[in-house]
Design a protein. Structure first.
Length: 214
């Protein structure tokens, strides 16, 4: 049960951090004097960072294990909020979002790897419950973000609070993550072309992401 709680918490953190940023987009847009077209272009930096990090994230996890990568990525992803909060120009925000996207992707793959490992131990489907905790984190991050805006927290104060929250939970629940070695493989290539059913699932996921991004 401790494994399940720890993994659920990390999904929750992933949702909180992302939606904390989302709750401040309109304020950062106004602060940097960006129009809608420029904002749309700037926001593209995050998915680009995620896409380019996909092969690296998988390689890191197969080489070092998802447990330690999730700890490092959870801390790093929380810290990247400050890159967004301190942005003083659209160019700075682009760079920050690129790194933010990278961190998000590594956490996402690592925590889902942990979930798959635990699902094997349970011998029954439990993945949906973990994704539910991501959604709960999204509600919490957006709701708290709106509240902090109402009580006049600055963007920096808000992101510092969320960064501390993410780092603290990552450190507390690290020891209860699965220390399985089954996802390690020193001979794993950095990139492999998917085939068969996996390729089809990848295309479906790509189409879903297009819809979500639009």
């Amino acid at each position: 049960m401790s494994h399940r709680i720890a993994i659920s918490v990390m999904f929750f953190v992933l949702g909180v951090i992302f939606f904390s940023w989302a709750s401040r987009i309109s304020i950062i847009k106004a602060y940097l004097n960006m129009d809608d077209a420029l904002l749309g272009s700037v926001l593209l930096a995050a998915p680009v960072g995620s896409l380019l990090t996909l092969p690296l994230a998988g390689w890191l996890i197969t080489k070092y294990g998802s447990r330690y990568i999730l700890l490092m990525a959870g801390i790093g992803y929380s810290i990247t909020l400050l890159l967004l909060g301190f942005a003083t120009s659209p160019a700075w925000l682009v760079a920050g979002l690129f790194v933010f996207g990278m961190g998000s992707e590594v956490v996402n793959i690592a925590v889902n790897t942990q979930a798959v490992e635990l699902e094997k131990l349970y011998h029954k489907p439990i993945m949906s419950s973990f994704h539910g905790f991501f959604s709960l984190g999204g509600f919490a991050g957006a709701g708290l973000g709106g509240f902090l805006i109402q009580i006049k927290f600055t963007t920096i104060q808000h992101f510092l609070l969320m960064m501390s929250f993410g780092i603290l939970l990552s450190l507390i629940f690290f020891r209860n993550l699965i220390a399985s070695e089954s996802d390690k493989d020193d001979n794993q290539p950095l990139f492999a072309i998917p085939k068969g059913v996996l390729l089809g699932l990848g295309i479906i996921a790509l189409c879903c992401m297009f819809g979500e991004g639009a």
